[in-house]
Design a binder for this molecule. Structure first.
Ligand code: GDP
Ligand code: MN
Length: 397
């Protein structure tokens, strides 16, 4: 689960890290300027509070003149508009930092080495991706033995190197205190990474200012499997439909295509999505979701799964691709009839009690396929026909 910038910075603050004063605003009111003046000051940065990377480059970070009019204008420009397709409902108004230099610091999981990895670049900011690509050695890395509760000092000494940093930063003298401050941050960040069950903690930019080293930006991704341990009841990253599906215990991801998918087992369900991409890509036809009903799904689970899928906004057709092992095809068939859904269904049921399943569905007008390729091709044809029909009728309003 991704945290928003101000939530991540709240954690940074609690761990004693330097973060600019800030307030969150969801609409400009008569007293907004007075509040900003009191809580933050007049010299501010206005940032779109959305979970989108690269806001700076996309126009989501504004540096208004320190006047009521300019600050209001900056807030109103962002509020209600979209950044990379995401609606900006809130802005973060922060005291503007006097930035002497921007560095990059993060800790994430190195899945190949099965351990946390610390990344640091003397030169950070909005071009970090380019730097990492063009000059991979400019990003220093160090893996941490996974059972370490704290990182050994030699790691932070290697990661933050005074000479190397001074080589990049020409305009400021990098003194021992600054180096010690950044090294301490590396240790603190690792503590956060462990204690908050993160899969990523990132500060980009980590900035040098006349008042010390500040986290000018903050990104934290929590491990979804640890939300319970972190006492987080609801994953705020999930859409309303994903939350509903989660409450039924389905493994469900909402996507934006036309073909709804129900499978059993993550592998078979992923393979179904892959086939939709394989056959549908050239027609711009995509899956509408991922839903794994799990093993041994009974009539009620299948019915529930179908009712969830029916709420997908672009849904045109549903493919049910189930392999009967402990799941019995006759139970699935009963669930399909009980759901009585309004969208066309394309079925591929194979395995345990397949014949009984077919017999139950016989006469209900469902199309049964023997293999998943033909089921997917049929679904794509259906979406194509549907698109053509709405195109020739002038499209829907
Ligand atoms: P991102 O583009 O979504 O990563 O947003 P950031 O919060 O990292 O901001 C992007 C850029 O805006 C930073 O790299 C800075 O150059 C600039 N910026 C952000 N906050 C401040 C600030 O307080 N003072 C100044 N001068 N620039 C800032
Ligand atoms: Mn940033």
């Amino acid at each position: 689960m991704k945290l928003l910038e101000h939530e991540a910075k709240q954690i940074f603050r609690a761990y004693g890290m330097k973060v600019a004063k800030s307030i969150v605003l969801d609409e400009w009111k008569e007293d907004s300027f007075a509040t900003i003046q009191r809580e933050v000051g007049e010299n501010v940065v206005v940032k779109a509070l959305v979970n989108v990377g690269g806001r700076g480059k996309a126009g989501g970070v504004l540096l208004p003149e320190p006047t009521p009019v300019a600050i209001q204008e900056a807030c109103e420009r962002l509020l209600g508009s979209e950044l990379k397709g995401v609606l900006i409902e809130k802005v973060l108004i922060e005291e503007r930092l006097f930035i002497l230099h921007e560095c990059y610091l993060s800790i994430t999981l190195d899945r190949l080495k099965k351990s946390p990895i610390i990344l640091f670049a003397d030169d950070g900011g909005v071009e970090i991706e380019e730097l990492a690509k063009d000059q991979p050695t400019a990003v220093r890395r160090s893996n941490v033995y996974p059972l370490c509760e704290t990182i050994p000092d030699y790691i932070s000494r290697y990661i933050v190197n005074q000479k190397s940093l001074q080589g990049i930063v020409k305009n400021v003298q990098i003194d021992a205190m600054t180096v010690a401050e950044i090294r301490k941050l590396v240790h603190t960040l690792y503590q956060i990474f462990r204690e908050k069950d993160c899969t990523l903690v990132e500060i980009n930019p980590l900035v040098l200012t006349p008042d010390g080293v500040y986290a000018a930006d903050a990104k934290i991704i929590l491990d979804d499997n640890a939300l319970n341990r972190q006492h987080i009841k609801q994953n705020s990253d999930l859409s309303a439909l994903e939350q509903e599906a989660e409450s039924y215990g389905f493994s469900f991801v909402e996507l934006d295509g036309e073909i709804g998918v129900i499978g059993n087992g993550a592998g078979l369900t992923m393979a179904t999505l892959d086939l939709i991409h394989h056959y549908g890509e050239e027609f711009n036809i995509r899956p509408a979701n991922f839903l794994d009903v799990g093993g041994g799904a009974d009539k009620e689970r299948v019915r529930l799964a179908l009712t969830v899928l029916e709420k997908l906004p672009n849904l045109t057709v549903i493919v049910v691709n189930l392999l009967g092992g402990i799941t019995r095809c006759d139970e699935v068939a009963r669930g399909i009839i009980a759901a009585d859904i309004s969208h066309p269904l394309i079925l591929r049921l194979a395995g345990t009690n397949e014949e009984e399943g077919r017999a139950i569905l016989d006469g209900h007008g469902y199309i049964m396929h023997d293999c998943m390729e033909s089921a997917i091709e049929a679904a794509i044809s259906h979406v194509k026909a549907n698109k053509n029909a709405s195109d020739s009728s002038g499209g829907s309003a």
